[in-house]
Design a protein around this ligand. Structure first.
Ligand SMILES: C[S@@+](CC[C@H](N)C(=O)[O-])C[C@H]1O[C@@H](n2cnc3c(N)ncnc32)[C@H](O)[C@@H]1O
Length: 372
């Protein structure tokens, strides 16, 4: 799918890129600024051609629940833009301006909005839980804009797992790797607790850019539904990851490291993967998970003396974070890396609009110290 539209927009009307990225990432409209300083003609053409009729969004649309809010906001603001342009002129000439075609909103925009309005009774509107939606993340690399499109849950926990949506720590670690692509480019990478696959998609892109040079990527998770979703997302034809020749989604349970009957099989799986780099994002959300996670990281790092792990964690609870670093330091060399780079500048992710995401994300680099 061609991404020429975003290059054209960023060259000519960069302010529209933010609206487009916000729409693609389902950003709340309160976080978007309508480009009222541009002419009606420019904004109208953008909304019609680059959003409504854009093949990326017609094939992988944001949920109807999001779109109804977005298009209400866009159409209201577009109507205000017409008014502001028309009322700039004295009353005598206004009728000339109201009539011409170039100040009419295309009926396709209204028809689309009307088709989205829920047919349910007003009492139930807004009460239904949000349904899974396609979400598209854009980021800029040396070779231009790239995208990753995923089907994601819009709730924190769905069917008993936290793995069906993308978490802030994934965006932060992805940003760090985009800035440091050599860490994953031609290496064997294992992701623990991969969730729906955003970080994996970015790593796949980095391994394929500018051309594939032998990197291997293993995305692992304990939950079968999460792994299926991840696999489907990576294989969406719009995603470059679908062309990765050495990408595997595999089941891997950290708690096997605590079980004498399972640990040998876990060690063998890790030895078969032989990772140079282990990554994980938002994999500590419960203190009981710390021990098996660290044991698994340690087993994986032991496969190669040069191996390293990068683990990005959201600080939700200071005690849990302190417990994690304390336990990690017992058997691994740990240092926190360049926190000033730990942001999501390139992504229209939760960090842009959700105040609860003023949460800090820390990235820890880990290497084996000695055999525990
Ligand atoms: C909060 S989600 C993070 C998902 C993804 N890394 C992200 O940042 O968007 C935690 C993930 O860890 C996985 N997980 C939890 N316990 C696990 C275990 N024992 N072994 C492997 N994965 C596990 C979950 O299934 C879930 O996908």
């Amino acid at each position: 799918m061609s991404l020429d539209f975003i290059k054209r927009l960023s060259d000519t009307q960069p302010i529209l890129v933010n609206v487009l990225r916000g729409y693609a990432a389902l950003a709340p409209t309160r976080s978007l600024s309508f480009p009222a300083e541009l002419t009606f003609e420019v904004v109208h053409s953008f909304l019609l051609n680059d959003i409504l009729l854009n093949p990326l969004f017609t094939t992988y649309p944001p949920s109807p629940q999001y779109q109804v809010v977005f298009w209400k906001w866009a159409l209201n603001n577009l109507e205000k833009l017409i008014d502001s342009e028309v009322y700039m002129f004295p009353p005598k000439v206004r009728w000339w301006l109201i009539m011409p075609k170039d100040h009419e909103i295309d009926t396709q925009l209204y028809e689309h909005y009307v088709s989205l309005i829920p047919t349910t009774s007003p009492q139930t509107v807004g009460v239904k839980p949000p349904i899974p939606s396609y979400v598209t993340y854009f980021w800029e690399s040396n070779s231009g804009f790239k995208t990753a499109t995923l089907l994601e849950s819009r709730t924190t926990i769905e069917t008993g797992t936290t793995g069906l949506k993308t978490w802030l720590a994934s965006l932060v670690l992805a940003q760090f790797l985009i800035t440091n692509p050599e860490l994953v480019r031609s290496t064997r990478v294992l992701e623990l607790g991969c969730g729906v696959g955003l970080l994996g998609m970015i790593i796949a892109n980095l391994q394929l850019s500018p051309e594939y040079s032998g990197g291997h990527l293993y995305l692992s998770d304990v939950n079968a539904e999460v792994l299926d979703r991840c696999k489907n997302n990576l294989n969406l034809p719009c995603n470059r990851s679908s062309a990765h020749p050495a990408l595997t989604c595999t089941s891997l349970d950290w708690t096997d490291s605590l079980d004498e009957g399972q640990v040998t099989a876990l060690r063998s799986s890790l030895q078969a993967i032989m990772p140079d780099m282990i990554v994980g994002a938002d994999v500590v959300y419960d203190p009981t998970i710390i021990d098996p996670l660290l044991r698994s990281i340690h087993l994986g790092l032991q496969c190669k003396p040069t191996a390293m792990a990068l683990i990005a964690l959201t600080v939700r609870n200071e005690d849990t974070m302190a417990k994690f670093t304390c336990m990690a330091e017992q058997c691994l060399l740990v240092h926190e890396i360049r926190p000033e780079l730990a942001d999501t500048q390139d992504f229209w992710g939760p960090g842009h609009y959700d105040s609860s995401c003023s949460q800090t994300v820390k990235i820890f680099c880990m290497k084996v110290k000695h055999v525990c």
